[in-house]
Design a protein around this ligand. Structure first.
Ligand code: NZQ
Ligand code: ZN
Length: 393
């Protein structure tokens, strides 16, 4: 196990009706908040009314900015920064999913940036200050409600970059799994693929003596695998959503990755798909993850054997390890298909013409500073291209 430093201060208020407490919870922290949301689902579901009533009831003033799109855009972030400065907002309340929360975090640090906030994403300059962010989560997926990360799309440059800082961990997040009932069924699959990937990026490692975090990772994966079909069969299954919602937060608040080298190749490869083709993040991960596994498993047979047996329930015993592993990966692909997720890039209407460009962008080769990606196996652009090609279908 490696040395680590774990600090995840986001307060999580979990359960039925918790969104109605948001005004009282924010009152000690803010006089005026920027209420930030997406394309309108919160107005249809009634959540907008509940949150604004709670703010007004507690005497917390608000300005608002809706319109965040999945794969949140830099242009709206810039608008939000200007609005916050004009209105003197002292906290940003994100009501929505990962896209809304990430946009809120970008605005929160952009308010204190002298230059363009995009420079932070491009150069990774440490952020000294950011406004506090609070969230009301409406989809279990990205884990942004407890992470210090934000991922933004620069639509002009067709780049999607992430940035992480302890300053961006939300102050508090409200998670009422009843708010997930209105999700379109396809979003359930997108979210589950993302949650599982957040665990995979930490689970698949060459670090040894990681028994505790191995078990935590496996617990999150098995919980989600068990409960996702239950929620899909009945989108109002509160108990199943509780398990997925809690799993999504635990998957990405950092805990399950402590003491282990991490991977993140699948996320890096997926961001290229989202940046160019605007596909949902979870969809891209569902297509790329099995392809990545088939490409790298030989570099750590023991880890992938453990995954196949402990997580995917493949009988192990004295069988040939590679047979067991490949059956485990097939079972994962079948699980994604059961959730309605596509299996190949061609299912997404993505052809082969930009695969090389994406591989070179993902590894920095396109910008003249190649740095291999991944942890379990270091991947150069030719490896990434091979993975894209094997996912092409
Ligand atoms: O915009 P509205 O109308 O609200 O509709 C949204 C959106 O169309 C809809 N939706 C959300 N909650 C709903 C609902 N519809 C009905 N009922 C509800 N309760 O779902 C759609 C997708 O929303 P989005 O916020 O894009 O989903 P998600 O949470 O999957 O976020 C994806 C983004 O998070 C980033 C991804 O790259 C992607 O841009 N990530 C952020 C991370 C982080 N900050 O730590 C880590 C992740 O790896 C990920 O990269
Ligand atoms: Zn993700």
């Amino acid at each position: 196990m490696q040395n680590f430093d774990f600090y995840a201060p986001a307060r999580i208020l979990f359960g039925k009706g918790t969104e109605n407490q948001v005004g009282e919870l924010l009152k000690p922290h803010a006089k005026k908040v920027l209420l930030h949301y997406g394309g309108g689902s919160i107005k249809k579901s009634g959540l907008y009314g509940a949150v604004t009533a709670s703010l007004s009831g507690a005497g917390v003033a608000y300005a608002e900015l809706g319109g965040v799109q999945p794969n949140p855009r830099l242009s709206l972030v810039r608008e939000g920064i200007a609005l916050c400065r004009r209105e003197g907002a002292d906290l940003i309340l994100a009501v929505g999913g990962g896209s809304v929360i990430d946009s809120a975090k970008a605005i929160a640090m952009g308010v204190y940036c002298d230059g363009d906030v995009w420079d932070v994403y491009e150069n990774g300059t440490p952020v000294e200050r950011a406004l506090p962010v609070a969230t009301v989560l409406t989809i279990p997926a990205a884990g942004s409600e407890s992470s210090g990360d934000t991922v933004i799309t620069n639509e002009e440059k067709q780049l999607k970059y992430g940035y992480g800082s302890p300053k961006l961990r939300p102050l508090l997040s409200v998670i009422n799994p009843e708010l997930f009932f209105t999700l379109p069924k396809e979003q359930l699959g997108f979210g589950v693929a993302d949650i599982m990937s957040h665990v995979f990026e930490r689970y698949f490692t060459n670090t040894t003596h990681t028994d505790l975090t191995d078990s935590l990772c496996e617990a999150v994966l098995k919980t989600v695998i068990k409960n996702a079909p239950l929620a899909l069969a009945d989108m109002k299954n509160y108990d199943a959503w509780c398990e997925i919602g809690f799993g999504g937060t635990v998957a990405h608040n950092g805990l399950v990755g402590m003491g282990r080298a991490q991977d993140w190749a699948c996320h890096t490869m997926e961001h290229e798909l989202s940046a160019i083709y605007d596909v949902a993040h979870g969809v891209g991960l569902a297509v790329l993850t099995p392809a990545w596994m088939r490409y790298v498993y030989k570099d750590n047979i023991q880890m992938f054997l453990q995954f196949a047996v402990n997580v995917m329930g493949v009988p192990g015993g004295y069988r040939d390890p590679e047979t067991v592993i490949l059956e485990g990966i097939d079972r994962l692909s079948a699980f994604f298909r059961r959730l309605g997720l596509p299996a190949t890039l061609s299912d997404l209407g993505i052809g082969g013409d930009k695969l090389e460009l994406m591989a070179k962008k993902a590894t920095g080769e396109a910008f003249g500073d190649e740095a291999p990606i991944g942890g379990l196996k270091k991947l150069v652009w030719q490896d990434v291209l091979a993975i894209y090609q094997s996912a092409a279908g």
